[in-house]
Design a protein around this ligand. Structure first.
Ligand SMILES: NC(=O)c1ccc[n+]([C@@H]2O[C@H](COP(=O)([O-])OP(=O)(O)OC[C@H]3O[C@@H](n4cnc5c(N)ncnc54)[C@H](OP(=O)(O)O)[C@@H]3O)[C@@H](O)[C@H]2O)c1
Length: 310
């Protein structure tokens, strides 16, 4: 199959590119910055074809979709900057891509959403992911939607952050009570699910949770990371109400002063305050996904580390 992937330069995207190549699919990656070091590293590591384009620029999507059988849409953000707002990156981007895929006669469409996505969600992240899902469900494309919990693996944004922090800091922060539950899933399992879905007729018109077998509180996630690294650190509980102030400041200052998304925002705090757990079994059974506890996954990966292609 000829597959167009959006978000291919990101953490999850790189794992999916590797899996697409291993399965023998011809892969085209939509890149808004095809000459960036990340895009170039991806193109030199994998035999991918880079198509210049941006999901927020509809005219760029037609040429990228020419001759494509299937689309995997991963673009998403956890923090806003400039025109990359949650509404643009999730809802508008999906609407543009789905419309262009319909026009191009694409046969299969696999969509990245997130666990916790629902109408009236507390975070803008989940609200806009929900709007994107609803648009996909209403389209005539042969779609499948995946909703992962926290994804971990080489180059991830969460485990690596705390692993790095624990290298030099005697204290690790816990936001709020630390009792909200997560169900971390390995990026390899996520990549297998996306690629197998392309040729699985039973997955058409279905929405699947992607989560690991172990449900852990935020504090237990940190404890597991530390145990896997063989480190002991103190933990400092930071009340959510207190953290909203620096988060709001970062949201205001970083995009304006540095043109970058802030590392922490109030939307993330809202998400960290609620459980993010689901039912792993339907996807595990249909796609024959590997079942591995968070601790076993971390031990297998060693100390995680940077993205493979950078
Ligand atoms: N990581 C997790 O734990 C997790 C959990 C659940 C769901 N998800 C979802 O999985 C997807 C991928 O996440 P990730 O962790 O791999 O994120 P990531 O590493 O930040 O990658 C994001 C990707 O999206 C691209 N992108 C962002 N804005 C774009 C735009 N306006 N136009 C075109 N491309 C754009 C980036 O391209 P550039 O290289 O050009 O920046 C990059 O390739 C997201 O939809 C996210 O919501 C992630």
């Amino acid at each position: 199959m000829k597959v167009l992937l959006t978000g291919g330069t990101g953490f999850v995207g790189q794992a999916i590119v590797a899996r697409l190549q291993a399965a023998g699919h011809a892969t085209r990656v939509l890149a808004r910055r095809p000459t960036s070091p990340r895009s170039q590293a991806l193109a030199s590591r994998f035999a991918v074809d880079l198509a210049a384009g941006d999901v927020l620029e509809p005219p760029s999507l037609g040429p990228a979709l020419a001759g494509v059988d299937a689309v995997i849409h991963l673009v998403g953000i956890i923090s806003e900057a400039g025109r990359n707002t949650f509404d643009n990156a999730h809802r508008v981007a999906t609407e543009n891509l789905v419309r262009a895929a319909e026009t191009a006669g694409v046969r299969r469409y696999v969509h990245m959403s997130a666990l916790g996505t629902r109408p009236n969600a507390v975070s803008r992240y989940h609200q806009t992911k929900w709007m994107a899902e609803e648009f996909v469900r209403a389209s005539p494309l042969a779609w499948t939607i995946f909703r992962p919990s926290l994804i971990y693996g080489p180059g991830d944004h969460f485990v690596n952050l705390f692993a790095r922090l624990s290298r030099w800091s005697p204290v690790l922060p816990i936001f709020g009570t630390g009792r909200a539950r997560l169900q971390p899933v390995a990026v390899e399992a996520v990549a297998i699910a996306f690629v197998r879905a392309l040729s699985e007729p039973q997955a058409v018109g279905q929405t699947y949770d992607l989560c690991g077998p172990t449900s852990l509180t935020f504090e237990e996630v940190l404890d597991t990371i530390l145990a896997s690294l063989g480190r002991r650190r103190m933990k400092l509980r930071l009340p959510m109400r207190l953290m909203r102030v620096p988060a709001a400041l970062l949201e205001f200052l970083m995009p304006r002063l540095l043109g970058r998304a802030p590392p922490l925002n109030r939307d993330q705090l809202a998400m960290l305050a609620e459980d993010n757990v689901g039912n792993p079994q339907p996807a595990q059974h249909l796609f024959d996904l590997p079942v591995e506890s968070f601790r076993a996954g971390l031990d297998r990966l060693g100390s995680l580390g940077p993205r493979p292609a950078t």
